[in-house]
Design a protein around this ligand. Structure first.
Ligand code: PLP
Length: 391
């Protein structure tokens, strides 16, 4: 099939939910993807923060194919050694007490929202169900996670949305305090707003959230769907902030390319989600868990995390030297670039034409390279970006 044939079929047979870049990708290795026409692309996207180990990493391919050949799915009616290994590893790496495995970021967040409401219901009865999220946040595409998302553009068409979310201005502790009334059971934030434009929260603000939540037995919940799995140079971003949330949600990079999400909770929440209160058919699928086990065994060593931080610093320093770059922000290998000419979308499209896959978020360019990208690949990608930015 040619690219034009694929594009025509996409137009004819798929719901038009995405504006796509003008290439069809069919294979890849490391941080290089190959188009259907044989053209190669340096990858600064890792499939929106998913392919932690790059394309078709040898260890990951072996783990996944061995598991596919052993047993592909068993349902959650039986015990699975892979599920328990992944859950145990996540708890050991974080100090959390229990894990629920699911298939996506939105599902992990649904579990967090249900956990918060049930914790409060069990302990205080009805009427304490409100969850405070932040203006400009993004928490997913289900009706409830859209409701949790603090951006008006997402609150359209699909009425009625799930009730019980209020939005506080990020980095404004007084605004948060104004929203905290007797009906609040949780505060739920991204530490670096990803889709919202790579906007980090201040350390003092995050510490203040923790303090208020602890005082009032309100759950402090962190959406690490994008920031987690070593993306920011810590295994989870909260660890770099030095706080201890009650709930953390994870997905994107966890499976290195297979769908798996996780909701982690602290000891006081261990028994909240009891038998019959939550479930999933696919969640914790053995192949997805084999993939996650491989990712977790690789991206969590101190040496690996130091490499992520070093590569992130290198990329940020090199970006500062490129024309049309107005501001660079982010942490580790989660990087946002504000352009002087306010032309991120055009730059991203031009980059693809020139052999570089790159993301946008709001009116920024956004980089989420595979964590294993080499300096050689980084330099090649930055070379293309420089050429496009300075054209
Ligand atoms: C991507 C993302 C989600 C949604 O994840 P899906 O796997 O697409 O459901 C939720 N929260 C954050 C912070 C994200 O970046």
């Amino acid at each position: 099939m040619t690219f034009e044939e694929i594009k025509n079929d996409e137009q004819q047979y798929m719901m038009h939910t995405y504006g796509r870049f003008q290439t069809a990708l069919v294979s890849g290795k490391g941080a290089v993807a190959k188009g259907v026409d044989g053209k190669e692309y340096i990858d600064f996207t890792s499939g929106i923060g998913v392919n932690s180990l790059g394309y078709c990493d040898d260890g990951w391919v072996k783990a996944v194919s061995d598991q596919a050949a052993a047993i592909q799915h068993i349902s959650n009616l039986y015990y699975s050694p892979l599920q328990t290994e992944v859950a145990k590893k996540l708890c050991e790496l974080t100090g959390f007490d229990k894990v629920f495995l699911c298939n996506s970021g939105a599902e992990a967040n649904e579990c967090a929202i249900k956990t918060a409401r049930k914790y409060s219901f069990d302990k205080y009865g009805q009427g304490r169900q409100k969850i405070i999220t932040l203006v400009n946040s993004f928490h997913g595409r289900t009706v409830t996670t859209l409701a949790a998302t603090g951006q008006d553009v997402f609150h359209n068409y699909f009425f009625p949305f799930t009730d019980g979310f209020e939005f506080a201005a990020a980095n404004d502790i007084d605004d948060l305090k104004a929203h905290i009334k007797d009906d609040v059971c949780a505060v739920f934030v991204e530490l670096i707003q990803g889709e919202g434009g790579v906007m980090p929260l201040d350390k003092s603000y995050v510490e203040a959230i923790q303090t208020i939540c602890n005082e009032k037995d309100i759950l402090f919940m962190v959406d690490e769907v994008q920031t987690g799995i070593s993306r920011t140079g810590d295994f989870y971003c909260y660890q770099g902030y030095g706080v201890k949330p009650d709930v953390v949600t994870s997905a994107k990079g966890l499976g290195g390319g297979l769908p798996i999400g996780a909701c982690l909770c602290s000891e006081k929440l261990a028994d909240v989600m009891s038998a019959g209160t939550h479930g999933t058919t696919f969640g914790g699928n053995p192949i997805a868990c084999a993939a996650a086990k491989e990712v977790l065994s690789r991206v969590t060593t101190p040496e690996f995390l130091a490499e992520v931080r070093a590569k992130g610093e290198y990329i940020r320093a090199e970006l500062e030297k490129i024309g049309n770059v107005k501001e660079v922000r982010g942490r580790g290998m989660m990087i946002g670039i504000v352009t002087e000419k306010d032309n991120a979308k055009a730059v991203a499209a031009q980059c693809v034409e020139n052999g570089l896959l790159i993301l946008t978020a709001k009116d920024l360019l956004r980089l989420l390279p595979p964590l294993t990208i080499t300096y050689d690949e980084i330099n090649k990608g930055l070379g293309i970006l420089k050429k496009v930015m300075e054209a």
